[in-house]
Ligand binder design. Structure first.
Ligand code: FAD
Length: 443
């Protein structure tokens, strides 16, 4: 068995391992939905020599709040830890991924986003600087204020081609515009992130509301009316999330909302709530005020996170690798995406739809048996063909990992593949950082 698991309790141990240049996959909280951790040894194609599975979740951690409100964190700090720390200091996070147990350093690697991306934009834009260990085990610092730099002749065209995806949370390939982008969305293929400085926000009082809607399968016009109404209120509405009626089956009886209805949640600044109530909620023609309810913050998070966690667990129990989507499309194509999902719902496999509704970014999940999995995968291949045609983003926040590699190829042309190859040569000359990742030209 070539796989050896190693846990690091100090940066010095980690540096020592990196200096050995052994092929390794580094992981943090293991919440990635595109790395099937329970089957990783079978899915990492590795036959020659030792291969290391490196656990970063036990690295010593620290947090410091700077006078300008930026948070500097080092080591194994989760979103949950950072939120608690910031709130006790009158601040809060601008990024709020649904899975709060994930580590922030890993969130750099996956170019994590989340619910509050609606109000504050993507995490990438909030990273002021970061530190990483390079292939020699040296800690290097990258700054947002400096431009991305490489000798590769592909960079200019790569950056021009990226412009088509400017308005998406994440494109089918990393941004590579600022120096910090070397580590953002490159999934640990060019070095290991050790420290991050991120912007934070004032800890506003928040009001959470939800609206009960008809099932999107029969009528999504009320949903689209809300989608349109919230777009220019992003400074007051921080999140706009959907759980469809099928998601409610994953909650306990006393947690379920509505009766066979879809639910859209809004996270609103309390000091702006009156305005949102009168200008957005009362302005809706297709959702009556009787169907708008307040919900406690902890219940919102519990219900919102409970659904994807339960699906994840159910798929693991069924022995199937996650069959879910992570596509974001433009507002103009949102209806087309919903129509595609309507058709996908017809194949006789259990499904549910949830996610970051305000950003036209939804996760459609099948819960197939092993026998049903191939037809679900065929449907998703058809979806990725459509997303390509619509110039949408196929994987807007969970990354590519191992599971999505077969679908991403279509979105990468010669300049993407060329730049990946040059960056791998420059930053990973021994092929030691996740050699099976999407930047490998042979995959
Ligand atoms: C219920 C649920 C909800 C989720 N919601 C969201 C969401 O709202 N938004 C979102 O973006 N994602 C979401 N995710 C996906 C996942 O939480 C993120 O991708 C997260 O960033 C992974 O963090 P982790 O600590 O678990 O990393 P891991 O799963 O351990 O690793 C993920 C990747 O990062 C690399 N990596 C890890 N640590 C480092 C490091 N220090 N340096 C370099 N590379 C590293 C690994 O090699 C791997 O490629 C969700 C997942 C679940 C299960």
């Amino acid at each position: 068995m070539p796989f050896i698991t190693k846990t690091f309790y100090s940066i010095e141990d980690l540096i020592g391992h990196i200096q050995g240049h052994k092929p390794s996959f580094y992981f943090s909280s293991k919440t990635s939905t595109v790395i099937p951790y329970d089957k990783i040894e079978a899915l990492l194609p590795w036959k020659e020599g030792e291969y290391f599975l490196c656990d970063l979740s036990k690295l010593p951690s620290s947090m410091e709040l700077k006078e300008n409100g930026n948070l500097v964190l080092r080591g194994a700090v989760s979103w949950e830890d950072a939120k608690k720390f910031l709130r006790s200091n009158g601040r809060n996070l601008k990024t709020s991924p649904t899975e709060q147990l994930a580590l922030i350093t890993a969130g750099i690697a996956t170019s994590c986003t989340g619910e509050r991306c609606f109000g504050f934009g993507n995490m990438r834009s909030q990273v002021v600087s970061l530190k990483y260990l390079n292939y020699e085990g040296k800690e290097k610092t990258l700054h947002r204020d400096s431009n991305f730099n490489t000798a590769s002749s592909h960079l200019k065209t790569y950056q021009q081609e990226f412009n088509a995806y400017q308005n998406f949370k994440n494109a089918p390939y990393p941004r590579f515009e600022k120096e910090t982008d070397l580590m953002i969305g490159t999934e640990g293929q060019l070095g290991i992130v050790t420290e991050v400085e991120i912007e934070t926000t004032e800890n506003f009082d928040l009001t959470y509301v939800f609206m009960l809607l008809p099932r999107w399968e029969t009528d999504y016009t009320p949903h689209l009316e809300i989608f349109k109404a919230v777009q220019d209120k992003r400074d007051a509405i921080l999140s706009c999330e959907l759980l469809d009626s099928n998601c409610m089956n994953y909650l306990k009886a006393d947690e379920k909302l509505g009766t066979n209805q879809d639910v859209i949640f809004l996270e609103v600044r309390t000091d702006r709530f009156e305005e949102i109530y009168s200008e957005v909620l009362c302005g809706l023609n297709l959702t009556s005020a009787e169907n708008v309810f307040e919900i406690a913050e902890n219940k919102f998070h519990h219900v919102r996170a409970g659904v994807p966690r339960a699906i994840f667990e159910e798929n693991s129990k069924m022995g199937v690798v996650k069959v879910g989507t992570d596509c974001q499309v433009s507002g103009e194509k949102f209806k087309d995406l919903l129509n595609f999902y309507r058709e996908a719902a017809q194949i006789g496999v259990r499904y549910c739809l949830f996610g970051h509704f305000g950003d036209a970014h939804l996760h459609y999940n099948y819960m197939p048996t092993k026998e049903q999995t191939p037809q679900c995968l065929d449907k998703f291949q058809a979806l990725y063909n459509k997303v390509h045609e619509w110039h949408g983003s196929p994987f807007a926040e969970h990354g590519i990992g191992l599971i999505k590699q077969k679908y991403i190829k279509k979105f990468h042309g010669p300049h993407q593949a060329g730049l990946f190859m040059d960056l791998k040569k420059e930053h990973d000359p021994h092929g030691q950082f996740f050699p099976q990742g999407f930047m490998n030209p042979e995959l």
